[in-house]
Design a protein around this ligand. Structure first.
Ligand code: SF4
Length: 64
């Protein structure tokens, strides 16, 4: 799995950080920061859920 985030779309809701704190963080303005673009398999379910619940559709996933 490869992860990309679209920071201009992010509305700083923090959902992704709550669900997958090893993969996503937020900067001082609450905008998403990607910690791990190629997360290990144990994180995949949490990352998929983050992408599904992101209110801005700012998380894109690609298979690897
Ligand atoms: S869930 Fe989406 S909108 Fe919320 S912080 Fe993460 S990327 Fe941004």
């Amino acid at each position: 799995m490869h992860v990309e985030v679209d920071q201009p779309k992010c509305v700083a809701s923090g959902q992704c950080v709550l669900l997958a704190p090893d993969v996503f963080d937020q900067d001082d303005d609450g905008i998403v920061e990607l910690l791990d673009a190629d997360p290990s398999p144990e994180h995949h379910d949490d990352v998929r859920e983050s992408a599904a619940v992101c209110p801005a559709a700012a998380i894109r996933l690609a298979p690897r």
